[in-house]
Design a protein around this ligand. Structure first.
Ligand SMILES: [Zn+2]
Length: 63
């Protein structure tokens, strides 16, 4: 009996079967992996609900 785990690709949201043969997991393909890595590098990923406004904060302290 083989266990098949479904994963959701973080890049495109496509449901994929997790296999050890997939070197791109948790992504569905190399393309999605590269896209995700590229977005991290470009700081397009933001943590939702945690907006820190450092600029206005430091302005207040200097005045
Ligand atoms: Zn994908």
């Amino acid at each position: 009996m083989k266990l098949k785990k479904k994963i959701t690709c973080p890049t495109c949201g496509k449901k994929e079967t997790w296999t050890l043969a997939n070197p791109f997991r948790p992504f569905c393909s190399e393309r999605c992996k590269l896209i995700d890595l590229g977005e991290w590098a470009a700081e397009k990923h933001r943590v939702p609900g945690e907006e820190v406004n450092l600029e206005s904060d430091s302005e207040d302290k200097e005045v």
